[in-house]
Design a protein around this ligand. Sequence first.
Ligand SMILES: *[C@@H]1O[C@H](CO)[C@@H](O)[C@H](O)[C@H]1NC(C)=O
Ligand SMILES: *[C@@H]1O[C@H](CO)[C@@H](O)[C@H](O)[C@H]1NC(C)=O
Ligand SMILES: *[C@@H]1O[C@H](CO)[C@@H](O)[C@H](O)[C@H]1NC(C)=O
Ligand SMILES: *[C@@H]1O[C@H](CO)[C@@H](O)[C@H](O)[C@H]1NC(C)=O
Length: 354
Amino acid sequence: MMSSLLQKLLLGVPLACLASGALTESLDSNYKIDVHSHVVPSVWKEELISAGYPVKDGVLYTDGFPVADWTLDSHISTMDSLGINYSTISVSAPGVFFLKEAQKAKSLARSVNTLLHNYTQTHPTRLGALCLLPLPYVDEAVEELEFCLDTLGFVGVGLFTNANGTYLGDSALDPIFSALKTRNASVFVHPASPDCTSVALGHPIPMTEYPFDTVRAIENLLLTGQRAQYPDIKMIFAHGGGAIPFLATRIAGMSSLPSLGGLLVPESMAQLAGYYFDTAASTSAIQLAALKSFVGAGQILTGSDYPYVPLSQAQPALSAIEGNGDFTTAEMGQINNQNALAVFPRIIDALNLN
Ligand SMILES: *[C@@H]1O[C@H](CO)[C@@H](O)[C@H](O)[C@H]1NC(C)=O
Ligand SMILES: *[C@@H]1O[C@H](CO)[C@@H](O)[C@H](O)[C@H]1NC(C)=O
Ligand SMILES: *[C@@H]1O[C@H](CO)[C@@H](O)[C@H](O)[C@H]1NC(C)=O
Ligand SMILES: *[C@@H]1O[C@H](CO)[C@@H](O)[C@H](O)[C@H]1NC(C)=O
């Protein structure tokens, strides 16, 4: 008798669909994988302070926003309070690109990645790590990517929309995408501050400049052709893609101008909607309606942004997703776990779901 798995293979069903189909039965739709949570190791905080990031009343600020207190234990206990079963952990902006020398950036990235590995080894069924790359130093970043994925077995890679002005889409980053492609590895993209911070008019940069920087990176990936060159690398953009669900049609429309390369509107739209987006700070009915109509539940992932978003705000935000998005139980299963498993299949091994 031909197994249904074999039948599906013969019918050419993509592997990602097989994986999520098979997992539907083993994971409850409420099993939550949070793809957007951060760690704040003290070694990283100390380097930020030495580099001149301001400390006011004992609180460190990056991009005008307070950096929350964090410990590994509080991370796990917050996951328990939020009903989050598994989290991918990464370091938020400014990563290590505030360091002026390649060797310093490389060495801090290595220290942080070693800690991330320790955290995931301590909690192997709760935490998976996303590699911190010492960009904009590309050679060092490729080396670190290889170390994280090939030696430490990280589930994926973290990138920023820009690293000190080098944006996704810049051909300087081709070696990173090439290394990702060779490994079928996926990335989580967190926004960073744009170079010209004066555009924030003195207000905290994360408020609007982070979402705009996400749009800027996605637009640059389209206009430089880098995404077209590496179309299969699965990429998650944070915070519902910033403003991209709203601006995609405008960007695709203008990109059809002959002076911008005359890209075909439907192809540009397909590319712009060809990413995954997390729910961090994107759980209102307006935002979820936009995301749902832009990409559908198959490309939306649960994200909390803990600890930058504290427990008190993350809790109501996560509970609002189902109602505000008017999602079915099956769609919640996709958003809570199946999409994350399709993007980061190494989590399947970590959870012993094979
Ligand atoms: C996932 O987390 C929920 C809430 O903490 C818990 O009730 C459930 O047992 C967990 N599921 C698994 C498979 O660990
Ligand atoms: C960032 O790039 C600018 C040039 O655009 C350079 O002057 C500055 O030193 C760089 N900063 C760091 C931290 O590398
Ligand atoms: C993580 O680091 C701590 C402190 O250095 C150490 O005690 C612990 O054994 C490490 N855990 C693992 C799993 O490597
Ligand atoms: C990447 O995926 C392709 C197609 O799914 C597969 O043929 C290939 O072996 C994979 N490569 C690695 C390094 O996992």
